[in-house]
Design a protein around this ligand. Structure first.
Ligand SMILES: Cc1ncc(COP(=O)(O)O)c(C=O)c1O
Length: 445
């Protein structure tokens, strides 16, 4: 690995400035905006990636101890097994007038892993698959209203929550989402409750008697479910005849072979997977009971590119490797080492740090009134040490304990420099560019 201290990211930044004049918002995914990490310095674009390493367009190579393709590359970049299967599929023709037989194989595999489900439909991204799931569930119940908790993508059904109250989605993982362009007629159809707040869900159900057709949530993301919470949600959904949808777009295949709900002992009527299921190739699946999924035949849900072969083949190869190599156990081990390392580095350097999240979706927060600036300083400092680093780390199968060990040496030095800057009171002036900015907002330059 070539570690380039004080890397120049000039080419990447110039390309991003061009992008902002051509692509509204600069990127296709909010979480890949350079402003989220290190405005005016982040490498922004890559030329190649393998294992845990990413080479940017300026020729610098970094170890990725951050988002690993925002959680998609669960096996690591350019995984040889998945890529061999994909290359074979490309060589054999990735799309024809006939269907890809692997669609059936993958449906059987997903239902084998989730024995409560009997049927499967596919899409190619998480938000799109959630829209599909919501349509199927509404077609089944013939009711419009949705009680939901958490973040579920860019769909109209979801952003409609902000038509009723523009802060409704705050506290649901992604603050400030603007519903401009979402039909005002959807106002009042998406009603938010917070995780572990059964009282809030009950209040929504009581205020909308006979009208709630869907309950949509992640089975778990940050906090553990309080004892009985998920069971009570399940019972309530059944009692009112609503479809319970578990969004496993981010959690799926990270804690076990399939959905995290398998570990929590509560089954939904529909579960949705994307991200990790195909190691970065576009793929998403909506699995469900045949009773509910049959409703997909009573409404028009159909798309040409959902039939291409690469995503399906990549998902089969990824899921099979996840099972064969006990990938989830590895992710948990790497995540636990990371949590322990962060805590040790914080204690040693006198940094006040809070850690949270599942071991395979780790996260820390500087306990400081100007947390965003400290996190930006951390990213800046770690970039100079050869790391893509952020306050979140999504471990992959390619990460070894030795990577965590080397990273922690760098983290310790970085935390020491930050502690020094806090003591000196000049941490903000140590940034070489603006502080990172999270959440949704309009880019102005
Ligand atoms: C829980 C959850 N649902 C849906 C989505 C949207 O998925 P995608 O970005 O693939 O559209 C995400 C993305 O982060 C997610 O975390």
């Amino acid at each position: 690995m070539t570690v380039n201290l004080k890397p120049s990211t000039a080419k990447g930044q110039a390309l991003y400035r061009r992008a902002k004049t051509l692509i509204p918002g600069g990127t296709q995914l909010l979480s890949k905006r350079p402003e989220m990490f290190l405005p005016e310095q982040w490498p922004s674009y890559y030329s190649k990636a393998r294992g845990v390493e990413v080479t940017d367009v300026d020729g610098n190579t970094y170890v990725d101890m951050s988002m690993m393709a925002i959680g998609a590359c669960v096996l690591g970049y350019a995984d040889p097994d998945v890529d061999a299967a994909v290359k074979a599929a490309i060589d054999a023709g990735s799309a024809t007038t006939l269907n890809a037989p692997e669609e059936v194989e993958l449906a059987e595999l997903l239902c084998e892993l989730h024995p409560w489900a009997q049927m499967v439909r596919y899409a190619r991204s998480g938000g799109e698959a959630m829209m599909l799931a919501v349509r199927v569930a509404r077609a089944h119940t013939r009711r419009d209203k949705i009680a939901f908790s958490g973040y579920h993508g860019w769909g109209d059904w979801y952003l409609a929550a902000n038509l009723a109250d523009e802060r409704a989605l705050d506290g649901q993982l992604m603050p400030g989402l603007d519903p401009a362009g979402v039909p005002r007629g959807l106002k009042g159809t998406a009603l938010p409750f917070h995780y572990n707040r059964l009282d809030q869900l009950k209040a929504i159900v009581d205020a909308n008697r006979g009208e709630i057709g869907l309950v949509v949530m992640e089975p778990r993301r940050g906090d553990a479910p309080e004892p009985g919470f998920l069971e009570a949600v399940r019972d309530l959904a059944t009692e009112i005849g609503a479809v319970l949808i578990f969004d496993e777009v981010t959690t799926g295949f990270r804690m076990t072979d399939g959905g995290i709900h398998k570990l929590l002992g509560v089954n939904p009527d529909i579960a949705v997977f994307a991200k990790a299921m195909a190691n970065g190739y576009p793929m998403a699946a909506v699995i469900g009971t045949s009773t509910v999924m049959e409703a997909a035949q009573s409404t028009f849900i159909s798309s040409t590119n959902w039939t291409e072969r690469v995503g399906t083949v990549a998902a089969l190869a990824t899921i099979r490797k996840c099972r064969r190599a006990c990938v989830a156990d590895h992710l948990i081990r790497i995540g636990e080492l990371t949590f322990a390392g962060w805590k040790k580095a914080a204690a040693k350097t006198g940094i006040a740090l809070h850690t949270e999240g599942l071991p395979s979706l780790t996260h820390f927060v500087f306990e400081h009134s100007d947390e965003p600036t400290l996190t930006t300083l951390f990213t800046q400092d770690m970039l100079e040490r050869g790391y893509l680093a952020y306050s979140q780390f999504k471990p992959s199968f390619a990460h070894q304990p030795s990577h965590v060990e080397a990273y922690m040496k760098a983290v310790e030095s970085s935390f020491a420099a930050i502690a020094d800057a806090i003591r000196a009171g000049d941490y903000a002036s140590r940034l070489k560019g603006p502080s990172a900015r999270r959440g949704f907002y309009r880019l102005t330059s």
